[in-house]
Design a protein around this ligand. Structure first.
Ligand SMILES: [Zn+2]
Length: 154
């Protein structure tokens, strides 16, 4: 766990450098949100420059450890999504995940761990799709490839 996570949950100032805080404040303002301590804490987890995050509102709320209400978390995630800073991801089960990777991509879903992992859509094609129903066209195809433990590793 990073140092910033701990101070955020304790309700003390988020330990961000000035540059980090300014970058996160800009992101929040683009979504029409004021950069409160709570929101900076949530945003610092989502946009820390680390690996892509796939997280549900409930999981982010748990990470905040009571520092932000579930309603605050939902509101912020939805505003960030509407501002084009997150992608809402429907993996076909459970609650929606919010994805920090904005590039076109698909997902592996590990049925054992629940982990979602990105894979690029380059070179992936889907053939044999039926025609879209009347008056509609396919706007995009999101693949979720389910993974189970391979027979060799059992
Ligand atoms: Zn993703």
């Amino acid at each position: 766990m990073r140092e910033g996570d701990k101070s955020w949950r304790d309700g003390r100032d988020v330990s961000l450098t000035g540059a980090d805080r300014e970058a996160l404040s800009r992101i929040l303002r683009r979504a029409g949100l004021r950069a409160t301590k709570q929101r900076l804490g949530l945003a610092s987890y989502l946009f820390d420059g680390g690996p892509t995050r796939h997280i549900t509102a409930e999981a982010l709320h748990r990470r905040a450890g009571g520092a932000a209400s579930l309603a605050t978390v939902y509101n912020m995630l939805n505003r960030l999504t509407r501002a084009g800073l997150l992608q809402k991801l429907d993996v076909g089960f459970g609650p929606a995940h919010f994805d920090t990777n904005l590039l076109p991509h698909h997902h592996f879903y590990d049925e054992e761990t629940g982990a979602l992992t990105d894979f690029t859509s380059d070179g992936v094609s889907v053939r044999g799709l039926p025609d879209a129903p009347g008056g509609r066209e396919v706007s995009r195809v999101d693949l979720v490839v389910h993974l189970a433990r391979s027979a060799r590793s059992r």
